[in-house]
Each structure stands twice: as structure tokens, then as C-alpha cells.
Design a binder for this molecule. Sequence first.
Ligand code: AMP
Length: 215
Amino acid sequence: MDITVLLGAPGAGKGTVAARIAPALNARHVSTGAMLREAVKAGTPAGLSAKAYMDKGELVPDQVLADMIGELLAQAPADARFLLDGFPRNVAQAETLDRLAAAHGATVARALSVDVTPETVLERLGGRRTCPKCGEGYHIKSLPPKVEGICDKCGAALVVRDDDKPETIRHRLAVYEEKTAPLAAWYDKAGKLVHVDGTQDADAVARDALAVFGA
Ligand code: AMP
């Protein structure tokens, strides 16, 4: 099993880069945010308990995530390759991930930090639009749909996610600084931290990220 953790502020483009490089690496892009949104939509017990945290921009309790990731790794074939986007989000989750990986004879191979400036984050998050039906993501400037406000893939009307509203964005960034940003130092100490410049356009970020894998 080969596990890569993607680090970076909300809006850094972790999801975009993961989606772009996953096919070339034959890897599975796992977004815990997307999994939680699916759970909310499906009305599962995990989803119901997660929604209030997500709408406020707070982290969902660690145990919910530990269960989700534990199940994912347990069902994966031994040669699976994962790009984890949005997990871990704090040091306790990183320790949990190490423990869960070890249970499958694996370790976290690398933490890929997508580095951006605060200005980039605000611009990207403010312009983000999401399809409520199929989950496809857009951006009004950098990745607009073919028809304004309509999903290219399924034709549904695009929305601003509850947690992409301005006041929630500010709170998510504060949570990131307090809880998630320290993970870079944590992985650096373990000799696993690698950086890509996330302020570039998506093609260049994907190219640099693939180079990290020697691909
Ligand atoms: P994201 O799509 O990664 O920005 O995640 C959206 C929301 O889902 C976050 O603001 C959190 O409320 C929740 N979430 C996603 N991943 C995690 C995680 N690893 N730990 C706690 N909450 C999470």
C-alpha cells in the first residue's frame, strides 16, 4: 500500500491536483470532505452528526474520520495507492493514520504540501461553485462551466457550498492555521514533507506533483 497525504490550506487546490494526478499514478483520490458530503446527502448516522460541524467550518470529530479511513484501508487491496485529500487534519488524526496504516503493513510514504498565499486562498474559495447532484467542482474564473451556473456533467444548477460562504471561509482558515498547519512540521520531522508551488496554474501544479513521484 502506498499512502500520500496532501497538505495545504482550504482552497490550495489539493482536490484539483489529486484528481489530475490520480489516473497517471493509478491511485485512488480520497477526499474526506467529499465522503462526508455524500454521507450528509445520504442521511447516514455519520452524515447527520457531521453536518452541523461542516456548516460551521469546524472539524468533524476525529472518531468519525478514523472509522471512515479505517474502513477504507481495510477494504483496499494490498497494492492500493492512495492520495488522501483532507485527511489528516490535525496531529491526532495523523497519529491515527500511522496506526491504521501499520495495521496493514503500510506507512505514509510522503506528505505533499500544496503551498499557496492567503490571497490565493481567498480568491479561490470565494469563486468556488459545486454541483449539488454529482459533486463536480468549478471556479467562476479559473474553471468555469460551459454554461454559467450549470454543471457540465449532469446539468444541475451549481451552488455555493454552505461552508464556502465568506464568514465560514474565514473560520475554516482559522481552524486550518490552528489545527492543520502544524502537520507540515510534524511530517517534516519524519522526513516525509515535500512541497509543490500551488500558486501556479493547475497544469503546472499537477506536473510538479507528478515529478515528486518520479512520474
Ligand atoms: P473539505 O472538502 O476537505 O474542505 O472538507 C469540508 C469539511 O468537511 C471541513 O470543513 C470539515 O468540516 C469536514 N472534514 C473533512 N475532512 C475532515 C477531517 N479529516 N477531519 C475533520 N473534519 C473534516
